[in-house]
Design a protein around this ligand. Structure first.
Ligand SMILES: CC(C)(COP(=O)(O)OP(=O)(O)OC[C@H]1O[C@@H](n2cnc3c(N)ncnc32)[C@H](O)[C@@H]1OP(=O)(O)O)[C@@H](O)C(=O)NCCC(=O)NCCS
Length: 210
């Protein structure tokens, strides 16, 4: 059975709560890889409005999501525009209200932390919060309601607030090999032929499929 077309809006027959993000996002500051999906029983088409917060054009930070990323309901990507200026005595954003003499709100004044980058084959649990400028490595898992404020290494499992790595899914040598194999970059037909080995944890079998 082939993989579904990554531009399918609702790839699960009979369920409109899941959408491939590529089919529903058209945003100059958001990149999404094939097959990455958002699931929300209230309607996944509201992903950008509900999950990507404080994302302002004038700041220009990007949300980059790899391939085969699974994002559960109400996960939040907090972007750099969330921050108020913190260098002065007051954090009140006077400039937003057009108050004369207020320092302009510039990306620099907000302590810009750069783009948010989510790797490939990442699973983001329900109501997890990813703070500005965070990179989440390939194969990582972000637990329900985790508050991620530090970069996440590949294949790590992060839970809690502040988000802490509680384990790594595989031994380091296997992680190194998985990061070299990058099954997510294979042709869809090859992925489809090898779903069994990709979904199992037998490195010899995966190696043989390369
Ligand atoms: C992160 C997760 C995958 C870990 O599952 P697991 O590998 O079976 O891990 P365990 O249950 O053995 O938990 C490991 C430790 O982390 C803690 N933990 C697990 N998930 C946690 C969470 N979401 N928040 C806080 N702590 C958590 C456990 O209490 C345990 O702590 P301990 O070692 O001190 O006892 C899972 O708990 C989770 O959050 N899944 C996301 C579910 C979800 O949101 N699904 C949405 C639909 S796809």
């Amino acid at each position: 059975m082939p993989l579904p077309d990554p531009l399918t809006r609702h790839p699960i027959p009979g369920w409109k709560g899941t959408a491939f993000l590529k089919a529903i996002i058209d945003h100059p500051l958001i990149d999404v890889g094939d097959y990455s999906y958002y699931d929300d029983s209230r309607g996944p088409e509201h992903f950008v409005a509900r999950c990507v917060r404080y994302h302002f054009d004038f700041i220009g930070d990007r949300l980059i999501i790899g391939k085969f990323v699974a994002i559960a309901q109400a996960a939040q990507f907090i972007m750099n525009g969330a921050n108020h200026p913190m260098g002065g005595f007051s954090t009140f954003p006077f400039a937003m209200f057009g108050v004369e003499g207020a320092p302009p709100v510039t990306p620099g004044a907000l302590g810009h932390r750069g783009d948010t980058v989510i790797g490939n084959d990442v699973w983001i649990g329900r109501e997890a919060v990813i703070m500005p400028g965070i990179s989440v490595g390939d194969g990582a898992i972000i637990g329900t309601r985790a508050q991620v404020s530090r970069d996440v290494p590949p294949y790590a499992v992060v839970v809690g607030n502040p988000g802490t790595v509680v384990k790594t899914r595989f031994p380091p040598e296997i992680v190194t090999e998985l990061l070299a194999i990058r099954w997510w970059d294979w042709e869809p037909e090859k992925i489809a032929r090898n779903i069994g080995v990709i979904s199992a944890a037998d490195i010899d079998a995966l190696r043989a499929a390369v």
